[in-house]
Design a protein around this ligand. Sequence first.
Ligand code: CP
Length: 323
Amino acid sequence: MKTFKKFNNSFRGKSFISINQFSSKKEVEIIFNTADQMKKIVEKRKVNDLLKKYCIAQLFYQPSTRTFTSFLGAAKWLGALTIPIHGMSEYSSAVKGESLADSIKSIYQTTAADLIILRHPDDDSSEVAAKNSYVPIINAGSGKKEHPTQAILDLFTIRESFKKTDNLKVAMVGDLKNGRTVKSLALLLSLMGKNNKIIFVSPGSLRAPLALLNQLKSSGTDVWETDDLNQVIDKIDCLYVTRIQKEWFAKEEEYQKVAGCYTIDKKLMSRAKKKMIVMHPLPRVNEITEEIDTDPRSFYFEQMRSGLYTRMALLKLILLGNN
Ligand code: CP
C-alpha cells in the first residue's frame, strides 16, 4: 500500500510515512537547517509560540520512552496544545474491535487535532491512517517496517559528529529483520550519497530483508553483509547497534538462539577508530555494556536530544511550511 505523497521540497500539510517520500538530499537538508534553528530555541530556554494555534495528538499503540516524550516535548517547546495518549492498545476502543481508520477519524473529531502522531504494531498502519485522516499523520514507528523520524534524528546526530552526511562507512548491527530503525536509516543514508557504505551485521536468521537490499543496491549504494562484527570494527565510522527484538519472536527458544549475539564492550572498542561513533536507537538490553557509556565515542544519549530538535522541525514544517 502506497498512499503517501512525495515531498517535492514542501512538507506543509503532508503526512510523513516513509523515507521513500524524499526525492532529494535537499529536502533532508531543509529539515536539518530547521532543526538547527529549533536547537537554538531550546538552548535559549525560551518556549516559542510558533504552533500556539495548533493541536497535536499522539496515539501510541506500542510502548515508547523516547519517541513519545520527544514529540511531546517538541510540541510543547513550540507552544502547541497537546493530546498525548499512551496505551491505545489497552485503553482505547481498539479493545472492542474499533478499526484504526475509525480511531483516527474519531480522534480528529474529539480533539480537533491539526496533526496526529502514530505508533502502531502494523507495518502498513501509517498508510492506513493517512488514507483515512483529515489531517497529516506522522509515522512514529510502524511495525517492523519503518521509523522515519528516528532515521532523521540519527542522521542529524551523524551530521553533528562528522559535519557531513556522506563518505561514511556505517555498520548496522543486530536484529536487522525485525528492527525498523535500521531500515529507515539505511534508506536515508542511501539518499544522502552513493559514497555512503552500509555494512549489515547480523546472525543469518536476522538478516535485513532482501527487498531493502535490492532497493539500496539499485540506487547505487555500496552494501555488504556479514555476521562477524570483529571483521569490520576497525574499518567503520559509525557503529549503529540495535536490540534483538524479543517481542517479534514466536518462540522463546528461537530468541535464545540469538540473544546476546553481539556485545559492544571495551575489548571491541579498543579495535575501533578513534573517531568512530557508537549509536543505538535504544532501549538497549545488554548489547552495549555500561562501561562504554563514558567512552567519548558513545553517542546514544546525545542521539536522543537530536530527536527533540528534528521533531520540532518536522512539526513546524508540516504545520507551517518551509518559510
Ligand atoms: N528509539 C525509539 O523509538 O525509542 P522508543 O521506543 O523509546 O520510542
